[in-house]
Design a protein around this ligand. Structure first.
Ligand code: ADP
Length: 264
């Protein structure tokens, strides 16, 4: 099913979580980023359009300035994001340029999605960039909004972006293969749920555990993201970005993931 859904989708939003984007020591995982850009490039060659929603600015900030990693004050977290965002985008630029692809940066806040003029402007920019073969890269504007740092880790932003752009599919790349009946990091016998059609029932059946070091949203915000996009008839796949060439190999049925299927 996962393979078919990706094959059938033309407009795909891919969200990269902080844990996927960073190494254990907090530096940007360049191997992952290079591979991601290669995968996006081959999807585009097949005629697909891709929008990226990326986390990881704070971690990139820590990697760059090598201090403040333990500071809990919001202004320092925001300062780290301001520093890291530049680093993050320059890493994306480098890897996409190797494939001859230009990128465009959109820094948004959740409030932007509730204002008519702003949504129109966002939509026009997105459509123009994509039509011209440029890959839009969206992140939360952490200087004016602290939502991502507090909750969400961009899962909601990715869902809102997918809905606004009328995407055919949202893919969330995290560090687990999908949703389990309980936290796979805590329980070895956790069972992967490959397809979810009823999110209400899912919430009654599973146990939501803690997130790990760099993650902020955890599994709850991923389920919320599925709720948002499914409401618009957009399917969502939660997959493991740590796996080799994850998107292309999901198409080849090499890996398992969770598909949140909208009930139409
Ligand atoms: P990201 O940074 O990729 O957005 P997070 O770290 O915020 O991801 O959230 C993913 C984490 O949620 C997983 O690594 C896992 O440890 C945790 N988790 C808790 N409960 C579950 C569950 N029922 N199924 C899957 N993952 C879970």
């Amino acid at each position: 099913m996962v393979s078919e859904v990706i094959k059938e989708s033309k407009k795909i939003v891919i969200k990269i979580g902080s844990n996927t984007l960073s190494n254990e020591d907090g530096t940007i995982n360049e191997t992952f980023l290079k591979e991601l850009c290669q995968q996006v490039s081959s999807l585009m060659q097949e005629g697909k359009q891709v929008v990226i929603v990326t986390s990881g600015a704070r971690i990139a900030g820590i990697g760059q300035i090598k201090k403040w990693s333990r500071r809990e004050d919001m202004n320092y977290k925001q300062a780290l994001c301001a520093i890291g965002q530049v680093e993050l985008m320059s890493a994306y630029t480098r890897h996409f340029h190797e494939k001859g692809i230009h990128i465009g940066q959109l820094l948004l806040t959740r409030e932007d999605f509730y204002d008519k003029t702003r949504t129109l402007n966002i939509r026009n920019t997105l459509f123009t960039l994509v039509d011209e073969g440029v890959v839009p890269i969206i992140n939360e504007n952490d200087t004016v909004s602290v939502e991502e740092i507090k909750i969400g880790d961009n899962d909601t932003l990715a869902a809102l972006s997918a809905s606004l752009w009328n995407a055919d599919l949202l893919i969330l790349l995290s560090d687990i293969d999908g949703i389990y009946n309980k936290n796979p990091k805590e329980y070895e016998d956790a069972v992967l749920l490959e397809q979810v059609e009823n999110i209400g029932e899912l919430l009654e059946e599973i146990e939501i555990g803690n997130t790990n070091s760099f993650g902020t949203g955890g599994i709850a915000t991923k389920i919320e993201a599925a709720k948002i996009v499914n409401r618009y008839g957009i399917p969502m796949i939660l997959a493991n970005g740590k796996r080799e060439n994850v998107i292309l190999n999901l198409i080849n049925n090499e890996y398992k993931a969770t598909l949140f299927k909208p009930v139409l």
